[in-house]
Design a protein around this ligand. Structure first.
Ligand SMILES: NC(=O)c1ccc[n+]([C@@H]2O[C@H](COP(=O)([O-])OP(=O)(O)OC[C@H]3O[C@@H](n4cnc5c(N)ncnc54)[C@H](OP(=O)(O)O)[C@@H]3O)[C@@H](O)[C@H]2O)c1
Length: 267
């Protein structure tokens, strides 16, 4: 019934040039998937393809695209609309740390273009094509911040809440068409994400970080089990359950205290 293990299955991964996306590519290549790797840094995509190709009878295609730009986004959705995708991992995303009023507006609007607009367009193209074939799976990557407000990452947290709500809705719509849509909500993972977002997590205890390989394997297990939502790891699961048990202002206030920049504390 389900085709994750079909011979010559194809997966398209956005944001495959580093971090979680690259880890999906490595795992899926080991499992014999043909891959379409999407990101802006083509040299990185090519290096990953060169690493994964030797000794494997799989096809790897690289697709350079800035998903925050409409023309590039259209090239990617057109590629998906050509059909044949068994799995689409809607993973590309960026964050930005700082007070909303202090961060440049352009940076936050471009984040919405990537984290929300592009993710929605990719999901639309994938779902149309998969529903026609009555098979396939989509993983939309959100975050544990999707479950609560995120002071000092307000726009980022809001984009991820969108991804969570959107994905859970699509999960139900897609189910009668034999297509699985799963929301992956990782807690902290060591990737380039923190540096790009301007997040200093050097002092955070290591148990709070989930190994990227575990994030990917739990996500793929969740797809196989046709689940709507997966939160990999024990600490993030505990945090999510804890969030549900306390009044809404509690995690919001804790996050504000935890993330308030030094300069705001003295203001
Ligand atoms: N790391 C964490 O702690 C964490 C926790 C929860 C959720 N997440 C989510 O996980 C996803 C992957 O992040 P990561 O941790 O793997 O971070 P990462 O290492 O920085 O990877 C981000 C990926 O997105 C791509 N990307 C960024 N802007 C893009 C654009 N405009 N067009 C196309 N691709 C773009 C990057 O490639 P190029 O720069 O080459 O374009 C890169 O491949 C994100 O959605 C993030 O929000 C991460």
């Amino acid at each position: 019934m389900f085709d994750l293990d079909e011979p010559r299955a194809t997966a398209l991964i956005t944001g495959a040039s580093s971090g979680i996306g690259a880890a999906f590519a490595r795992t899926l290549a080991r499992r014999g998937y043909d891959l379409v790797l999407v990101a802006r840094r083509e040299d990185r995509l090519q290096a990953l393809a060169d690493e994964l190709q030797p000794g494997r009878d799989i096809r790897i295609e690289t697709l350079r695209a800035d998903l925050a730009k409409p023309d590039d986004l259209e090239r990617v959705t057109n590629r998906i609309a050509m059909g044949g995708m068994n799995l689409v991992v809607n993973n590309a995303g960026v964050g930005a740390y700082g007070a909303f009023a202090e961060l440049p507006l352009e940076r936050q609007l471009s984040m919405i273009d990537l984290n929300v607009r592009a993710l929605t367009a990719v999901a639309h193209a994938a779902l149309r094509s998969m529903q026609e074939r009555q098979r396939g799976a989509i993983i939309n990557v959100a975050s544990t911040v999707a479950f609560q407000p995120g002071p000092y990452m307000a726009t980022y947290a809001a984009t991820k809440s969108y991804v969570l709500s959107f994905t859970e809705s699509l999960h139900e719509e897609a189910r009668p068409h034999n297509v699985t849509v799963t929301c992956l909500c990782p807690g902290p993972v060591h990737t380039e994400f923190q540096d790009i977002a301007g997040f200093d997590m050097e002092e955070w205890p290591s148990f709070m970080f989930e190994p990227v390989e575990r994030v990917v394997s739990e996500a793929l297990d969740a797809v196989r089990a046709r689940r709507a939502l997966v939160v990999p790891g024990v600490a993030p699961k505990a945090a999510m359950v804890g969030n549900r048990l306390v009044p809404r202002f509690v995690p919001r206030r804790i996050a504000a205290l935890l993330f308030q920049p030094e300069e705001d504390k003295t203001a």
